[in-house]
Design a protein around this ligand. Sequence first.
Ligand SMILES: [Zn+2]
Length: 406
Amino acid sequence: MEITKLPLFPLLAIACLQAATATAQEAKKFQPIPNNLVVLTFDDGNVSDLTTVTPILKKHGFSATFYITSGWIGRERRLTWEQVKELDAQGFEIGNHSSSHPNMLHISDKEIHEQIVSFDWALKEHGIRRATSFAYPGEHHDRRIVKALTEAGYTNARRGLTPEYPLYDRGGRGPAYNPKEEDPFLIPGTYCRGDLSPSHEEFRAALGQAKDGSICVLIYHGVPDVHRHCTTSVDLLTKDMQYLKDNGYTVIAMRDLSKYVNFSTRPKDIYAPLVARLGITVNNLKCDTSGDNPSFSWKIKTTRPQTQAAYQILVANNPEILESNRGDFWDSGKVVSDNSNGITYAGKPLAKGKTFHWKVRCWNNPDQAEIERVKNWINKELIAEMRKTRAGAYSTPASFKYKKTP
Ligand SMILES: [Zn+2]
């Protein structure tokens, strides 16, 4: 059909429909994200989900998402379809964890599609509510999988801890989920918990990030699990849940987030927020003014194994100049050095008794051996980004009073 011969009415109807949908989206009011909000998730579909986990959750009034691999149903110590149905009937969320749990980075687009939709068909066949959330098997994600999930009608997906934090079988710390930054198909796990990641200090630190619009997403596997590396003892889970209860955490399933998060809002580039966190930042700024010239020190902050490759110090007469990333008294330029202790001032002469303002930024030196270790488990694009040296953000400014006459 030629374009000019298209009847006008259907076009208008489509336009009206689109406008109405847009208005409905705008009209939906989202509640502000409360502090202490925790999304609780359990992976792989262990029989303990129903026999051990849900009785503890129900006691506390908690909800959770159970990410299930449909091809594993009925295997030894895994759930049966009757038990999955029971979880659904009890009001817990069933999420898609693929049909056979492959490393999806290494399969074709067609196979990715099949891994997603054959799970959907299996749920339908057993009269279980349709899944809207996906968890990447082994936490491996790439742009193709994200695209396939959107095409299959999913609204969100949970990844793991990488690339911001190191990837270990035993789990560990990850980033908090800030819906203002993160793509809803790359919701990070804030802590992957288990008997091999039992630190209470780390667990509390991860939960402590559930504030100011960020959410803590917890990942567990079986209690106990078929596999030793990701197992959690009943004792550890019981204590964790009691801690959440005693400290006033609101514990929900992934789908309950739709009350707070507009999943249709997506960043321009899904990986930009992750890549932006790969550098190093700086804190603990100190300036020693006891010598002839001030000397500057700082500490680098990084969540991955990497060191400082270079630094740049700016010293300014007033905070506004520094704010615009200029140092009218000293701009060290990029200095290739791993030294962060006692860098001597080398700028314009400083007036005695006057206050000066300074800040510093650093370039990272990625640990290439560490990246080599994980390269089959993180997509090529992110591995390439992890290998790069990049400038981190400038530190929070600090000030010093110069005592000596130059
Ligand atoms: Zn899994």
